[in-house]
Structure formats: structure tokens, C-alpha cells
Design a protein around this ligand. Structure first.
Ligand SMILES: [Zn+2]
Length: 91
């Protein structure tokens, strides 16, 4: 039996064969989900899906769209909110 922390299903089980021919279980973190828009919940485009340590290596421009609220709001919601903001004078 593995240590209690690894029995949780928040760890992915990966079966690997060692050079000696033995099958062993490796425990890996599940990959993060797709980033979503905080307003409508739809998946965001232009935002990479990966562990923070992977994404950290990317150029800033490869991490999220370079526009106001890029990486938080989808383009549709931003356009909608901005058109309202013009009327009311702020988001
Ligand atoms: Zn949205």
C-alpha cells in the first residue's frame, strides 16, 4: 500500500514498465483544466493549458491575450461590458 496521501484520487495513476520488466505505478498530478471566462464560463482562447511551472517558461505574450482583461474575460464578454461601460463610465 502506498502512503495515505497518494491514495487520494486527485493523483493520476500512470503504469510504467521499468527496465527490469516490472510494472510499477507512478502517481502524477492531474492536469489543470481549461481556463474559463469568469463571466460566462466558456473556455478562453489563447491561454495555454498546463501546470504553472510549464506556463511560467513561456513568453508573456504566449500566456494570455494582450488586451484589457486578457486571460480573465472572453472577447465576447469584454466587448459587451465595454459597450455598457461607455454608457455608465466604468466597468
Ligand atoms: Zn465570457
Amino acid at each position: 500500500m502506498v502512503r495515505p496521501a497518494l491514495r487520494s484520487r486527485s493523483w493520476r495513476r500512470v503504469y510504467r514498465r521499468t527496465p527490469g520488466g516490472e510494472a510499477v505505478v507512478h502517481f502524477e498530478r492531474r492536469r489543470p483544466g481549461k481556463p474559463t471566462c469568469w463571466r460566462c464560463g466558456r473556455p478562453l482562447g489563447g491561454v495555454p493549458r498546463g501546470f504553472p511551472y510549464e506556463v511560467r517558461g513561456f513568453a508573456r505574450s504566449k500566456r494570455r491575450p494582450n488586451r484589457p482583461y486578457g486571460g480573465y474575460l472572453c472577447s465576447t464578454c469584454l466587448a459587451e461590458l465595454l459597450s455598457k461601460a461607455v454608457v455608465r463610465g466604468g466597468l
